[in-house]
Design a protein around this ligand. Structure first.
Ligand SMILES: [Zn+2]
Length: 270
């Protein structure tokens, strides 16, 4: 059964929506990922994880073509970065989701592969629900946020807290598992987060449990020379394969869980 939306004819798109299949939309960005990883890291990781997950759920989900460009103005000191204005980006993603809602998809899951897309994509999901007047469920998740990845992180990672940030152990390992020929591990370096504890973040561990939950995003070039934040040198293909399986299996489970969300009619209490 076809699971890639782009490969379907229009009657097949209609049938997919009628069958209640969830629409899964990968979103990422092009930006610096150290000296060792290509600028397409977020796009490759997110697209591949989504493709593999939806392939396992072909009768329950549909893979929407990815949105490769995202919100990354704080990375523009690094050549290679392409960024979209925050409001253009939110509206663009919302318009894709609203199009899917128009075509009768009721469950739309945005899967994100770039940290700074998180807030705009949460807004795009909410705006989609509002645009559809509550008749669709639209949600967003980061691929490192799925339960199995966070669980896998506890046993697979070798780095301390902070080692799995941008271009660190997790992303480097995943890229090595997917496209080993395009990673130059001889150029991998480690750089850790210079901010105080309440402002730190780790892809697999989230905010520090021993600090306050605050957020601060300065220009990337003020925090790292190479572009890396984390332990890139600890990335291995073996860890990447384990992370990949956790991400794919976790996303499969999340899509199934998402589809159990019912969409009751609104009650206007005026
Ligand atoms: Zn990345």
């Amino acid at each position: 059964m076809k699971y890639r939306y782009a490969e379907m004819t229009w009657p097949e798109c209609r049938a997919a929506a009628e069958a209640g299949r969830a629409a899964v939309l990968p979103v990422a960005t092009y930006e610096d990922h150290g000296y060792h990883l290509p600028i397409d890291t977020d796009v490759v990781l997110c697209s591949e994880i989504c493709d593999r997950a939806v392939a396992r759920l072909a009768d329950e989900a549909v893979l929407i073509p990815p949105v490769p460009h995202g919100y990354s103005p704080h990375h523009m000191d690094f050549p290679g970065t392409l960024t979209i204005a925050w409001d253009t980006f939110i509206n663009y993603v919302r318009d894709i989701c609203v199009s899917l809602a128009h075509h009768q998809f009721t469950h739309i899951l945005i899967v994100n592969g770039h940290g700074s897309n998180t807030a705009p994509l949460e807004m795009a999901a909410r705006l989609t629900v509002l645009a559809a007047e509550g008749k669709v469920a639209c949600a967003a998740v980061n691929h490192w946020g799925v339960h199995q990845v966070r669980e896998a992180g506890k046993t697979i990672r070798d780095s301390e807290y902070g080692g799995n940030s941008h271009a660190g152990e997790y992303e480097t390992s995943l890229y090595l598992a997917l496209r080993p020929g395009t990673v130059d591990m001889d150029k991998a370096v480690d750089e850790m987060n210079p901010l105080p504890p309440s402002f730190q973040f780790d892809l697999l561990a989230g905010k520090r449990p021993d600090a306050s939950l605050a957020t601060y995003m300065p220009y990337w070039s003020t925090m790292t020379e190479s572009g890396v934040r984390g332990r890139a040198t600890l990335g291995t293909r073996e860890k990447g394969e384990a992370f990949l399986e956790a991400a794919v299996a976790g996303l499969v489970e999340l899509i199934r869980e998402f589809k159990t969300i019912e969409i009751p009619a609104r009650i206007d209490h005026h």
